[in-house]
Design a protein around this ligand. Structure first.
Ligand code: PLP
Length: 410
Protein backbone atom coordinates (compact mmCIF):
# COMPACT_ATOMS: atom_id res chain seq x y z
CA UNK A 1 0.00 0.00 0.00
CA UNK A 2 1.29 3.43 -0.95
CA UNK A 3 -0.27 5.42 1.80
CA UNK A 4 -0.04 4.46 5.45
CA UNK A 5 -3.40 6.02 6.19
CA UNK A 6 -6.50 4.16 5.08
CA UNK A 7 -8.96 6.42 3.30
CA UNK A 8 -12.46 5.11 3.93
CA UNK A 9 -14.93 6.56 1.44
CA UNK A 10 -17.70 4.00 1.75
CA UNK A 11 -19.84 5.47 4.53
CA UNK A 12 -23.05 4.62 2.67
CA UNK A 13 -22.15 0.94 3.11
CA UNK A 14 -21.60 1.37 6.81
CA UNK A 15 -19.97 3.79 9.25
CA UNK A 16 -17.49 3.07 12.04
CA UNK A 17 -18.85 3.14 15.58
CA UNK A 18 -18.55 6.57 17.21
CA UNK A 19 -16.47 6.19 20.42
CA UNK A 20 -19.17 8.12 22.31
CA UNK A 21 -21.67 5.46 21.23
CA UNK A 22 -19.39 2.61 22.26
CA UNK A 23 -19.04 4.23 25.68
CA UNK A 24 -22.79 4.12 26.42
CA UNK A 25 -23.14 0.61 24.99
CA UNK A 26 -20.40 -1.05 27.02
CA UNK A 27 -22.15 -1.22 30.42
CA UNK A 28 -25.19 -2.83 28.79
CA UNK A 29 -23.10 -5.81 27.70
CA UNK A 30 -21.82 -6.47 31.20
CA UNK A 31 -23.82 -4.93 34.07
CA UNK A 32 -27.24 -4.42 32.56
CA UNK A 33 -27.43 -7.77 30.87
CA UNK A 34 -31.00 -8.48 31.95
CA UNK A 35 -33.94 -9.45 29.79
CA UNK A 36 -36.31 -6.45 29.70
CA UNK A 37 -39.26 -8.84 30.06
CA UNK A 38 -38.05 -10.17 33.44
CA UNK A 39 -39.68 -8.81 36.60
CA UNK A 40 -36.56 -8.72 38.77
CA UNK A 41 -34.09 -5.90 39.33
CA UNK A 42 -31.69 -6.73 36.50
CA UNK A 43 -34.55 -7.13 34.06
CA UNK A 44 -36.23 -3.92 35.14
CA UNK A 45 -33.01 -1.95 34.71
CA UNK A 46 -32.68 -3.24 31.15
CA UNK A 47 -36.33 -2.38 30.55
CA UNK A 48 -35.71 1.19 31.77
CA UNK A 49 -32.76 1.61 29.42
CA UNK A 50 -34.82 0.44 26.44
CA UNK A 51 -37.63 2.80 27.47
CA UNK A 52 -35.18 5.73 27.68
CA UNK A 53 -33.82 4.90 24.23
CA UNK A 54 -37.35 4.67 22.83
CA UNK A 55 -38.26 8.05 24.32
CA UNK A 56 -35.14 9.65 22.86
CA UNK A 57 -35.77 8.29 19.34
CA UNK A 58 -39.47 9.28 19.56
CA UNK A 59 -38.50 12.84 20.53
CA UNK A 60 -36.17 13.22 17.56
CA UNK A 61 -38.77 11.89 15.13
CA UNK A 62 -41.53 13.97 16.80
CA UNK A 63 -43.71 10.90 17.33
CA UNK A 64 -45.13 8.97 20.29
CA UNK A 65 -43.07 6.41 22.15
CA UNK A 66 -45.55 3.64 21.36
CA UNK A 67 -45.01 4.36 17.66
CA UNK A 68 -41.34 3.26 17.87
CA UNK A 69 -40.41 -0.38 17.26
CA UNK A 70 -36.85 -1.66 17.56
CA UNK A 71 -35.77 -4.10 14.86
CA UNK A 72 -32.64 -5.86 13.63
CA UNK A 73 -31.90 -3.12 11.07
CA UNK A 74 -33.04 -1.40 7.92
CA UNK A 75 -33.79 -4.61 6.06
CA UNK A 76 -36.13 -5.97 8.70
CA UNK A 77 -37.98 -2.68 9.09
CA UNK A 78 -38.51 -2.38 5.33
CA UNK A 79 -39.68 -6.01 5.11
CA UNK A 80 -42.06 -5.57 8.04
CA UNK A 81 -43.74 -2.67 6.27
CA UNK A 82 -43.89 -3.83 2.67
CA UNK A 83 -44.95 -7.37 3.56
CA UNK A 84 -46.93 -6.73 6.77
CA UNK A 85 -49.12 -3.84 5.59
CA UNK A 86 -50.47 -5.53 2.41
CA UNK A 87 -51.10 -8.75 4.37
CA UNK A 88 -53.03 -6.95 7.09
CA UNK A 89 -55.09 -5.14 4.42
CA UNK A 90 -56.06 -8.24 2.44
CA UNK A 91 -59.55 -8.78 3.84
CA UNK A 92 -60.50 -5.12 3.83
CA UNK A 93 -59.46 -4.73 0.17
CA UNK A 94 -61.55 -7.76 -0.78
CA UNK A 95 -64.56 -6.30 1.01
CA UNK A 96 -64.12 -2.88 -0.58
CA UNK A 97 -63.00 -3.78 -4.08
CA UNK A 98 -64.41 -7.24 -4.77
CA UNK A 99 -63.51 -10.88 -4.14
CA UNK A 100 -60.76 -10.89 -6.78
CA UNK A 101 -59.07 -7.70 -5.55
CA UNK A 102 -55.55 -7.83 -4.14
CA UNK A 103 -53.71 -5.13 -2.22
CA UNK A 104 -51.81 -2.84 -4.60
CA UNK A 105 -48.42 -1.36 -3.73
CA UNK A 106 -46.49 1.47 -5.42
CA UNK A 107 -42.70 1.76 -5.05
CA UNK A 108 -40.05 3.77 -6.85
CA UNK A 109 -37.63 2.03 -9.20
CA UNK A 110 -34.65 3.03 -7.04
CA UNK A 111 -35.80 1.70 -3.68
CA UNK A 112 -33.29 -0.37 -1.73
CA UNK A 113 -33.35 -4.14 -2.32
CA UNK A 114 -34.82 -4.47 1.19
CA UNK A 115 -37.99 -2.89 -0.24
CA UNK A 116 -37.96 -4.17 -3.83
CA UNK A 117 -37.08 -7.83 -3.25
CA UNK A 118 -39.93 -8.64 -0.84
CA UNK A 119 -42.37 -6.72 -3.07
CA UNK A 120 -41.29 -8.62 -6.20
CA UNK A 121 -41.64 -11.86 -4.29
CA UNK A 122 -45.20 -11.00 -3.15
CA UNK A 123 -46.06 -10.02 -6.71
CA UNK A 124 -44.72 -13.31 -8.02
CA UNK A 125 -46.69 -15.34 -5.51
CA UNK A 126 -49.84 -13.43 -6.45
CA UNK A 127 -50.35 -11.78 -3.06
CA UNK A 128 -50.14 -8.20 -4.32
CA UNK A 129 -50.36 -6.04 -7.40
CA UNK A 130 -47.22 -3.93 -7.82
CA UNK A 131 -46.48 -0.71 -9.71
CA UNK A 132 -42.88 0.44 -9.98
CA UNK A 133 -42.70 4.15 -10.80
CA UNK A 134 -39.69 5.31 -12.79
CA UNK A 135 -37.24 8.09 -11.95
CA UNK A 136 -35.81 10.77 -14.22
CA UNK A 137 -32.17 11.02 -15.32
CA UNK A 138 -31.25 12.63 -12.02
CA UNK A 139 -32.92 9.91 -10.00
CA UNK A 140 -35.96 11.93 -8.94
CA UNK A 141 -39.46 10.51 -8.69
CA UNK A 142 -42.31 12.57 -10.12
CA UNK A 143 -45.13 13.18 -7.61
CA UNK A 144 -47.64 13.16 -10.48
CA UNK A 145 -46.44 9.73 -11.61
CA UNK A 146 -47.23 8.35 -8.15
CA UNK A 147 -50.62 10.09 -8.18
CA UNK A 148 -51.44 8.57 -11.58
CA UNK A 149 -50.53 5.10 -10.31
CA UNK A 150 -52.99 5.25 -7.38
CA UNK A 151 -55.88 2.76 -7.50
CA UNK A 152 -58.84 2.10 -5.20
CA UNK A 153 -56.97 -0.98 -3.89
CA UNK A 154 -53.63 0.81 -3.28
CA UNK A 155 -52.64 0.12 0.33
CA UNK A 156 -49.03 1.31 0.38
CA UNK A 157 -46.66 3.73 -1.31
CA UNK A 158 -42.93 3.31 -0.63
CA UNK A 159 -40.47 6.09 -1.44
CA UNK A 160 -37.05 6.37 0.17
CA UNK A 161 -35.96 9.69 1.66
CA UNK A 162 -32.47 9.58 0.10
CA UNK A 163 -30.96 7.01 -2.19
CA UNK A 164 -28.02 4.94 -1.02
CA UNK A 165 -26.25 4.79 -4.39
CA UNK A 166 -26.64 8.22 -5.97
CA UNK A 167 -27.67 10.23 -2.90
CA UNK A 168 -30.70 11.82 -4.58
CA UNK A 169 -33.14 13.26 -2.02
CA UNK A 170 -36.73 12.43 -2.95
CA UNK A 171 -39.76 14.77 -2.65
CA UNK A 172 -41.17 12.75 0.24
CA UNK A 173 -43.05 15.67 1.86
CA UNK A 174 -44.71 16.52 -1.49
CA UNK A 175 -45.81 12.92 -1.96
CA UNK A 176 -47.00 12.83 1.66
CA UNK A 177 -49.19 15.91 1.14
CA UNK A 178 -50.56 14.55 -2.13
CA UNK A 179 -51.50 11.24 -0.46
CA UNK A 180 -53.07 13.04 2.48
CA UNK A 181 -55.35 14.98 0.13
CA UNK A 182 -56.16 11.84 -1.88
CA UNK A 183 -57.20 9.95 1.25
CA UNK A 184 -59.21 12.85 2.60
CA UNK A 185 -61.12 13.24 -0.64
CA UNK A 186 -62.02 9.54 -0.67
CA UNK A 187 -62.47 9.25 3.11
CA UNK A 188 -60.15 6.25 3.29
CA UNK A 189 -57.16 5.31 5.45
CA UNK A 190 -55.29 3.87 2.44
CA UNK A 191 -52.75 4.11 1.05
CA UNK A 192 -50.24 4.25 3.86
CA UNK A 193 -46.94 5.96 3.08
CA UNK A 194 -43.57 4.40 3.92
CA UNK A 195 -40.13 5.97 3.66
CA UNK A 196 -36.76 4.23 4.03
CA UNK A 197 -34.62 6.90 5.73
CA UNK A 198 -31.51 4.79 6.45
CA UNK A 199 -29.22 7.09 4.46
CA UNK A 200 -30.93 10.29 5.56
CA UNK A 201 -30.74 10.02 9.37
CA UNK A 202 -27.20 11.35 9.39
CA UNK A 203 -27.92 14.45 7.30
CA UNK A 204 -31.59 15.44 7.11
CA UNK A 205 -34.07 16.64 9.72
CA UNK A 206 -36.06 13.54 10.57
CA UNK A 207 -39.06 15.26 12.10
CA UNK A 208 -41.70 13.06 10.46
CA UNK A 209 -44.59 15.54 10.86
CA UNK A 210 -43.99 17.52 7.65
CA UNK A 211 -43.26 14.30 5.73
CA UNK A 212 -46.75 12.86 6.43
CA UNK A 213 -45.37 9.32 6.46
CA UNK A 214 -47.07 6.45 8.28
CA UNK A 215 -43.94 4.33 8.47
CA UNK A 216 -40.25 5.23 8.44
CA UNK A 217 -37.13 3.10 8.82
CA UNK A 218 -33.64 3.96 10.09
CA UNK A 219 -30.69 1.84 11.22
CA UNK A 220 -27.66 2.19 13.45
CA UNK A 221 -25.23 1.01 10.82
CA UNK A 222 -25.37 4.15 8.66
CA UNK A 223 -25.00 6.75 11.43
CA UNK A 224 -21.96 5.69 13.48
CA UNK A 225 -24.10 3.41 15.61
CA UNK A 226 -24.07 -0.37 15.95
CA UNK A 227 -24.93 -2.68 13.06
CA UNK A 228 -27.81 -5.12 13.37
CA UNK A 229 -30.24 -2.71 15.01
CA UNK A 230 -32.86 -0.42 13.56
CA UNK A 231 -36.02 1.55 14.21
CA UNK A 232 -39.40 1.29 12.59
CA UNK A 233 -41.69 4.22 13.21
CA UNK A 234 -45.23 2.93 12.69
CA UNK A 235 -48.03 5.44 13.06
CA UNK A 236 -50.64 4.55 15.64
CA UNK A 237 -53.59 2.78 14.04
CA UNK A 238 -51.65 1.39 11.06
CA UNK A 239 -52.37 -2.35 10.85
CA UNK A 240 -49.41 -4.59 10.19
CA UNK A 241 -49.12 -8.37 10.19
CA UNK A 242 -45.91 -9.31 12.04
CA UNK A 243 -43.14 -11.26 10.30
CA UNK A 244 -41.41 -12.48 13.46
CA UNK A 245 -43.77 -14.08 15.94
CA UNK A 246 -43.10 -15.40 19.42
CA UNK A 247 -43.08 -13.50 22.71
CA UNK A 248 -45.07 -10.31 22.76
CA UNK A 249 -42.17 -7.87 22.54
CA UNK A 250 -42.50 -4.57 20.65
CA UNK A 251 -46.29 -4.47 20.97
CA UNK A 252 -46.52 -7.98 19.58
CA UNK A 253 -45.24 -6.76 16.21
CA UNK A 254 -41.65 -7.96 16.50
CA UNK A 255 -40.95 -10.82 18.85
CA UNK A 256 -37.56 -11.65 20.33
CA UNK A 257 -35.46 -10.49 23.28
CA UNK A 258 -34.48 -6.88 22.70
CA UNK A 259 -30.87 -6.16 21.64
CA UNK A 260 -30.42 -3.87 24.66
CA UNK A 261 -26.86 -2.61 24.00
CA UNK A 262 -27.69 -2.11 20.32
CA UNK A 263 -30.85 -0.17 21.13
CA UNK A 264 -28.98 2.09 23.58
CA UNK A 265 -26.24 2.63 21.01
CA UNK A 266 -28.65 3.41 18.21
CA UNK A 267 -30.46 6.00 20.32
CA UNK A 268 -27.15 7.69 21.22
CA UNK A 269 -25.94 7.63 17.60
CA UNK A 270 -29.21 9.14 16.37
CA UNK A 271 -29.04 11.86 19.02
CA UNK A 272 -25.47 12.76 18.01
CA UNK A 273 -26.26 12.61 14.28
CA UNK A 274 -29.22 14.96 14.57
CA UNK A 275 -27.36 17.37 16.88
CA UNK A 276 -24.29 17.58 14.67
CA UNK A 277 -25.77 17.18 11.23
CA UNK A 278 -25.88 20.83 10.20
CA UNK A 279 -22.17 21.46 10.75
CA UNK A 280 -21.27 18.14 9.18
CA UNK A 281 -23.42 18.87 6.12
CA UNK A 282 -21.56 22.13 5.52
CA UNK A 283 -18.13 20.55 5.98
CA UNK A 284 -18.86 17.53 3.80
CA UNK A 285 -20.53 19.48 1.00
CA UNK A 286 -17.32 21.46 0.49
CA UNK A 287 -15.18 18.31 0.43
CA UNK A 288 -17.64 16.39 -1.74
CA UNK A 289 -17.84 19.19 -4.32
CA UNK A 290 -14.05 19.38 -4.42
CA UNK A 291 -13.95 15.62 -5.09
CA UNK A 292 -16.61 15.77 -7.81
CA UNK A 293 -14.97 18.74 -9.56
CA UNK A 294 -11.61 17.00 -9.45
CA UNK A 295 -12.89 13.68 -10.78
CA UNK A 296 -14.97 15.25 -13.56
CA UNK A 297 -11.69 16.57 -14.99
CA UNK A 298 -11.16 13.00 -16.18
CA UNK A 299 -12.39 12.70 -19.77
CA UNK A 300 -15.62 10.79 -20.43
CA UNK A 301 -16.88 11.01 -16.87
CA UNK A 302 -20.35 11.93 -15.62
CA UNK A 303 -21.90 12.68 -12.25
CA UNK A 304 -24.84 10.38 -11.45
CA UNK A 305 -27.80 11.62 -9.44
CA UNK A 306 -29.16 15.11 -8.90
CA UNK A 307 -26.65 18.00 -8.95
CA UNK A 308 -28.08 19.70 -5.84
CA UNK A 309 -30.88 17.56 -4.33
CA UNK A 310 -28.38 15.06 -2.98
CA UNK A 311 -26.86 13.97 0.30
CA UNK A 312 -23.84 16.11 1.23
CA UNK A 313 -21.50 13.12 1.48
CA UNK A 314 -22.38 11.35 -1.73
CA UNK A 315 -20.60 11.33 -5.10
CA UNK A 316 -21.40 8.73 -7.74
CA UNK A 317 -19.47 9.06 -10.97
CA UNK A 318 -19.46 6.97 -14.15
CA UNK A 319 -16.26 6.61 -16.12
CA UNK A 320 -16.92 5.25 -19.58
CA UNK A 321 -14.98 2.18 -20.73
CA UNK A 322 -13.98 0.88 -17.32
CA UNK A 323 -15.25 -1.80 -14.97
CA UNK A 324 -16.23 -0.26 -11.64
CA UNK A 325 -15.24 -3.41 -9.73
CA UNK A 326 -11.72 -3.30 -11.17
CA UNK A 327 -11.41 0.35 -10.18
CA UNK A 328 -12.48 -0.50 -6.62
CA UNK A 329 -9.63 -3.04 -6.41
CA UNK A 330 -7.06 -0.62 -7.85
CA UNK A 331 -8.20 2.06 -5.39
CA UNK A 332 -8.01 -0.43 -2.53
CA UNK A 333 -4.39 -1.14 -3.47
CA UNK A 334 -3.80 2.60 -2.92
CA UNK A 335 -5.46 2.44 0.51
CA UNK A 336 -8.67 4.06 -0.74
CA UNK A 337 -11.99 2.34 -0.06
CA UNK A 338 -14.84 3.14 -2.43
CA UNK A 339 -17.57 1.02 -3.98
CA UNK A 340 -19.49 0.47 -7.18
CA UNK A 341 -22.83 1.15 -5.57
CA UNK A 342 -24.89 -0.77 -3.11
CA UNK A 343 -22.76 -2.92 -0.82
CA UNK A 344 -25.70 -5.29 -0.63
CA UNK A 345 -25.64 -5.98 -4.36
CA UNK A 346 -21.94 -5.84 -5.16
CA UNK A 347 -21.54 -9.59 -4.75
CA UNK A 348 -23.32 -9.84 -8.08
CA UNK A 349 -21.70 -8.22 -11.11
CA UNK A 350 -25.01 -7.00 -12.52
CA UNK A 351 -25.01 -3.25 -12.99
CA UNK A 352 -26.86 -1.26 -10.38
CA UNK A 353 -30.66 -1.12 -10.79
CA UNK A 354 -30.47 2.47 -9.54
CA UNK A 355 -28.03 3.68 -12.19
CA UNK A 356 -29.92 1.80 -14.91
CA UNK A 357 -33.18 3.39 -13.73
CA UNK A 358 -31.69 6.84 -14.41
CA UNK A 359 -31.37 5.83 -18.06
CA UNK A 360 -27.68 5.04 -18.32
CA UNK A 361 -26.60 2.27 -20.66
CA UNK A 362 -25.30 -1.02 -19.24
CA UNK A 363 -21.77 -0.04 -20.26
CA UNK A 364 -21.91 3.30 -18.47
CA UNK A 365 -23.55 1.73 -15.43
CA UNK A 366 -20.71 -0.78 -15.24
CA UNK A 367 -18.21 2.05 -14.90
CA UNK A 368 -19.86 3.79 -11.97
CA UNK A 369 -18.07 4.39 -8.69
CA UNK A 370 -19.51 5.62 -5.42
CA UNK A 371 -17.52 7.70 -2.96
CA UNK A 372 -19.32 8.47 0.30
CA UNK A 373 -17.56 10.75 2.76
CA UNK A 374 -17.83 10.79 6.54
CA UNK A 375 -16.51 12.02 9.89
CA UNK A 376 -12.93 10.95 9.20
CA UNK A 377 -12.71 12.47 5.72
CA UNK A 378 -10.20 15.29 5.27
CA UNK A 379 -9.20 17.51 2.35
CA UNK A 380 -5.98 15.51 2.05
CA UNK A 381 -8.04 12.34 1.54
CA UNK A 382 -10.04 13.97 -1.22
CA UNK A 383 -6.93 15.32 -2.90
CA UNK A 384 -5.31 11.90 -2.77
CA UNK A 385 -8.28 10.38 -4.65
CA UNK A 386 -8.15 13.16 -7.24
CA UNK A 387 -4.42 12.45 -7.64
CA UNK A 388 -4.61 8.67 -8.15
CA UNK A 389 -7.90 8.29 -10.03
CA UNK A 390 -6.81 9.54 -13.50
CA UNK A 391 -4.03 6.95 -13.65
CA UNK A 392 -6.38 4.14 -12.63
CA UNK A 393 -8.99 5.11 -15.22
CA UNK A 394 -6.34 5.40 -17.92
CA UNK A 395 -4.89 1.98 -17.10
CA UNK A 396 -8.31 0.33 -17.12
CA UNK A 397 -9.29 2.01 -20.36
CA UNK A 398 -6.19 0.69 -22.07
CA UNK A 399 -7.38 -2.79 -21.07
CA UNK A 400 -11.01 -2.37 -22.12
CA UNK A 401 -12.78 -2.86 -25.47
CA UNK A 402 -13.77 0.58 -26.75
CA UNK A 403 -16.63 1.87 -28.94
CA UNK A 404 -19.11 1.84 -26.12
CA UNK A 405 -22.27 3.88 -26.03
CA UNK A 406 -21.18 7.49 -25.63
CA UNK A 407 -24.50 9.28 -25.79
CA UNK A 408 -24.94 9.90 -22.07
CA UNK A 409 -21.59 11.61 -21.82
CA UNK A 410 -22.02 14.17 -24.57
C1 PLP B 1 -28.24 -0.05 4.49
C2 PLP B 1 -29.61 0.21 4.00
C3 PLP B 1 -30.64 -0.70 4.26
C4 PLP B 1 -30.42 -2.00 4.98
O1 PLP B 1 -30.13 -1.79 6.32
P1 PLP B 1 -29.48 -2.96 7.24
O2 PLP B 1 -29.42 -2.33 8.59
O3 PLP B 1 -28.17 -3.28 6.64
O4 PLP B 1 -30.43 -4.11 7.20
C5 PLP B 1 -31.90 -0.39 3.79
N1 PLP B 1 -32.14 0.75 3.10
C6 PLP B 1 -31.17 1.64 2.84
C7 PLP B 1 -31.47 2.88 2.08
C8 PLP B 1 -29.86 1.40 3.27
O5 PLP B 1 -28.91 2.28 2.99
Amino acid sequence: MNSSRLIYLDHAATTPLDPRVLEVMQPAFADTFGNPSSFHTVGLRAKELVAEARASVARLLHVREDEILFTSGGTEGDNMVVVGIPRAARVQIRQQCGEEAKPHVIASAIEHHAVLEPLLSLQKSGEIELTIVPVDREGLVDVEAIKKALQPNTVLVSLMLANNEIGTIQPVADVGRMLLAWRKERKTAFPYFHSDACQAAEFLDLNVEPLHVDALVINGSKMYGPKGVGVLFLRRGVKLEPLVRGGGQERGLRAGTEHVPGIIGLAKAFELAQAEREDECVRLTVLRDRLVDGLLQIPKSRLNGHPTLRLPNSANISFLDIEGEAAVLYLDAEGIMASTGSACASASLDPSHVILATGLSYEAAHGSLRFTLGHSTTQEDVDRVIEVMPGIVERLRRMSPTNLDMKYFL
